[in-house]
Design a protein around this ligand. Sequence first.
Ligand code: ADP
Ligand code: ZN
Length: 369
Amino acid sequence: MNQLLEISLPLPGREQSYQIVISPGLRLRLAACLEPLHLPRRLFLVADTRVARLYGAEVSKSLQDAGYTIELLTVAPGERTKSWPTIVRSARRLLASGADRHTALVALGGGVVGDLTGFLASIYMRGLPCVQVPTTLLAMVDASIGGKTAVNLPEGKNLLGTFHQPALVVIDPEFLRTLPPPERLNGLAEVLKAGFIRQPDLLGRIAKCRRRLFDTPAELTNIIYTAAAIKAQIVVADEREADVRRLLNFGHTVGHALEAASGFQLSHGQAVACGMLAALQLSVQLADLSPATASYGAGLIRDCGLGRSLPPLNHDAILAALPRDKKRQGQDLVFVLLKELGEPVIFSGVPLSLVDQILRQQWPAISGQ
Ligand code: ADP
Ligand code: ZN
């Protein structure tokens, strides 16, 4: 049997902690992972139709064999599912099936299903336990950790949400075998980010296997473990030390602006990768990062298949979408930059004109209308 890697996270304000467990094949040993938690024996498995088709039957069967009662609740794939109407519809389906407080939810899916299920679990009958079983790399190393839940409003993403820590996070890297390449890259951008801000060694390990990473199960498992542990360590530290969580924004200042300017056509991972390329350039100019280190980082991002091109975007729309520092009359920006690999600094006072110049240099075609 594969080795079980574990990360323990304290529950905010309480003595207990919860675990993130990682091992190939865990989806078929979910019942053994749940056993010590003494959860209700009645579980609702929430999945989008695509993930349900791929994994719903085997995951349900392994839980049923261990004596759990399972019902499957499916939603449509895609970001539009992360909405208030889906919450209401799903809650009414739970009610119609007789789900009461002696029920737990299991989120089987990517970030969309994880956020939606976590939110539903946090409000249904004033709160049910929720187990997260992420099936995308992005959800494994990012969205499933930290207890943030949300749905979108037509006005913007994640505007309705709660903090609801999961009872357990179960990561089975074998789910990634069926994950389409663009979705793999989406998560890889966040793994690289974790390396840039906390662990240069992780970058070295990715550089060694590059495109073969997803065909190397042992290395993939270790890389997921490292990136998940970095995210866990940062969200825990943030409860004591305000602002540590802001380090997770490396690459995201420009990344979010690119996503918004593309009308969310550009994937989060590609946008963040471009944002990291811009942040590396800014770090050379403002934070004394050596040009050689910046070019090593940029080379690695590109070698992974990230940040190579952008769809035509309106340059003014990107600049307009950059979040301004309200304390500084709105002209300067706040960025997470690097002094060295693994040594981030929060830099307020980045001139908009410099960001403008770097964007134009890096992606000359960007100024197309
Ligand atoms: P995230 O927010 O984590 O990037 P989503 O929840 O939006 O991911 O899922 C992205 C897409 O990938 C969805 O269409 C989903 O059905 C699909 N998907 C999720 N996990 C898998 C998997 N392991 N294999 C194949 N497709 C998957
Ligand atoms: Zn992100």
